[in-house]
Design a protein around this ligand. Sequence first.
Ligand code: PHE
Ligand code: ZN
Length: 889
Amino acid sequence: MPQPETTMAKLDATTPQPIQLKDYTPPSFLIDKVDLTFDLEEDHTRVTSRLVLHRNPAHPDARAALQLDGRELELESVKLDGELLDSSRYELDAESLSIAAMPDNAILEIVTVIHPETNTSLNGLYRSGANFYSQCEAEGFRKITYYLDRPDVMARFSTTIVADKQKWPVLLSNGNKVGEGMLDRNRHWVKWVDPFKKPAYLFALVAGKLSLLADRYTTTSGREVALEIWVEPADLDKCAHAMSSVKKSMQWDEQRYGLEYDLDTYMIVAVGDFNMGAMENKGLNIFNTKYVLARADTATDVDFDGIEAVIAHEYFHNWTGNRVTCRDWFQLSLKEGLTVFRDQEFSADMGSAEVCRIDAVRTLRTHQFAEDAGPMAHPIRPESYIEINNFYTVTVYEKGAEVVRMYQTLLGRDGFRKGMDLYFKRHDGQAVTCDDFRAAMADANDYDLGQFARWYSQAGTPVLRVRGQYDAAAQTYTLEVSQSCPATPGQAEKLPFHIPLTLGLVGPDGADLPLQLAGEAEAVAGSRVLSVKEASQTFHFINVAVEPVPSLLRNFSAPVKLDFPYSRPQLVHLLAHDSDAFCRWEAGQTLMLQDLQGLIDAARSGGELELKDDFVAAMRRVLADESLDPALVALMLTLPAETYLADQQDEIDPDAIRAGREAMKLGLARALRSEFKAAYTRMLDSGAYQYEATAVARRSLKNIALAYLSELDESGLMELAERQFAEANNMTDAQAALACLVNWPEGDAALASFASKWADEALVMDKWFTLQASSRRLGVVAKIKALMQHPAFALTNPNKVRSLIGTFVHNNLAGFHAIDGSGYEFAADTLLAVDKLNPQVAARLAGSFNRWKKLEPVRRAHMRAALERVAAHAGLSRDVYEIVSKNLM
Ligand code: PHE
Ligand code: ZN
């Protein structure tokens, strides 16, 4: 194991201190009202803030000082109740402004100057091109003015924006526009008032030259809402899908949860420079362009899906996040896990529920299981953090959503709705905790969720070990279930979780057997949910007429790893017959994983790389079955990611993983060549592009068939990809064909024509970078470096960094892990350069080191050296420091 003492010692002088959940105390003051004025200029912005405050009776010290958060601010003046304070009356440091002698009620007026024009962090107020945008979650508001920048301080905001009318004609903020007018020097002003109390993280401001797509929506109770999407003028023809997604989301939340929108205007603004996907600022959501802009020829089906889901997500936050918010940032999953669950349920209702569920499970397993097994493992409600921005994770979001889903699985859909209703009844307008949510679910259903709390406090992926025993004479089937959870940093021992285990028993004819537990009067048809609460537990099924194959963890009823010793014929049986689509897919994946592991082992030891006949036959049947949903067929034929395979190894050899996985692709392509060709032809569609479930499903199967066929080095098949690339009337087909071509010499011409066609479309150029960063051609580090010089690339733009560098370090396992360590050197250099500009984006790149301890020894040594070099770098951000130091612990 590494001895990082020397490196750590160097860091000690400036070591950032962790913030602990157990140290939570209520704020010493509360803010009733805040009036902001922004004077926007090219070379600075002046912010005047008027705060109405009162002492918080809930704070333990009735004479406590007022300590306002603030960073990178130039303080011009502070007035307390109208009196200008000289610097002896307050204390100022790099992170705060403190006033010791405070009356119980006060009005504070603070003037600060900030510099959005040089702010590359995209946090606080910043410029993108000539326009101004803000991003305040989690702690960006303190870069705008001195404030109690914590979510349990909720105030009523008004915002006046003053700016040159020619340069910044559109001036937006939260709430309702209440006035506007002209001033001297051709400047204009607009005033906005938000009637709802909100924490500062939901504040937003936008100013610039923007075009508007406008529409209307009438809520069930008859409220007329103006819907507005604001984008750069050139993008106005790519907003229709986003607008229809808004309307669908509004309608769905009314039908499913009885929740209506609460303001007269709902605004969405799209910006090309954005750290995350989108942000739910009250009444003024700000989105990454990636999750707004789509036209058939510029965006893929996956992009259309993503837009629909993210639009829904941000809209749903208006209730789960804004009306009821988080007490502190440790409770982040309260709003994020719940809102992801809500957007998943929405997407399931919009398209294929089965396909959505399998996609969600794939994401969870590929990314969250990896996080749970690495140095950054944390529970969905973390207990400490150094930089909160590092905790916008797949654990808080996706595992958080799985935890919310388990309430619904245990309580039923109606029970879950009752819990939601009670949650809003109790907590509307409040800043609350995950325990408050759990209490609402328990109380509304009179259900004991005491043990369920462990899902919030224990990190790691539990393993559910299940063994089955059929007794033909007694006609019983006994399931022995035991659970365990591996140690994670800071948590050696785990207590048993409350796990909902949804299951069925599949008979020899493929139909579900009736389910009756010993002691029960009647049997249940189909599936049922067992509550697993003990470390070990036994379930006795009676009246089981024939030996069943158990179908376990149906619909992925809990975020756990299942350990059941299925035989290959049992897996083939489930793949063919299980009434649960997730389990059918899972049976195929289990077979596939077993064989992939065999291939990887063979690649490592120099053995034969051959596929097993029963597996090939099963895949042949899947591919030929025209009664199946083509989207499900495509998913069944999709191989797990290289990184997921890496996480199944005791010691990672990236070259063996690549070789094994490529052998599986080639083997299937050879064996099923005619079936793939038939499926490709069957799925061809000559009509105009439509984003609609059936058409999307057909394209997904067509394009996976093309991907397999292009593995075969045959000119006719290469022509198929070239023809599809040249003739495609939509980006889904064009990109899929290009993805096949890039691995071959034919790809160069296609890449060049793609780049010249789309040079002015930033989001399409992102795809061009992504495709090349995932290429399996040799010498990819040099290629990436060359692409960083391309005019469309910019180190300051997060989408570009993610497309090119993020894809390479996170997804191109064999490329990044080149045996000479060149990938790690490149990652270290690049993340240090990015850290100077944008620490949040740099920290995400640093996550590419998280697997280092599991690598084979040569690469492990290279990676450790790169990590130590980063750790020793002077002036590291807290964001990167946290990731790197936890890796070296
Ligand atoms: N709260 C945003 C969401 O999940 C994500 C986000 C976090 C955006 C931090 C920006 C900054 O919808
Ligand atoms: Zn969210």
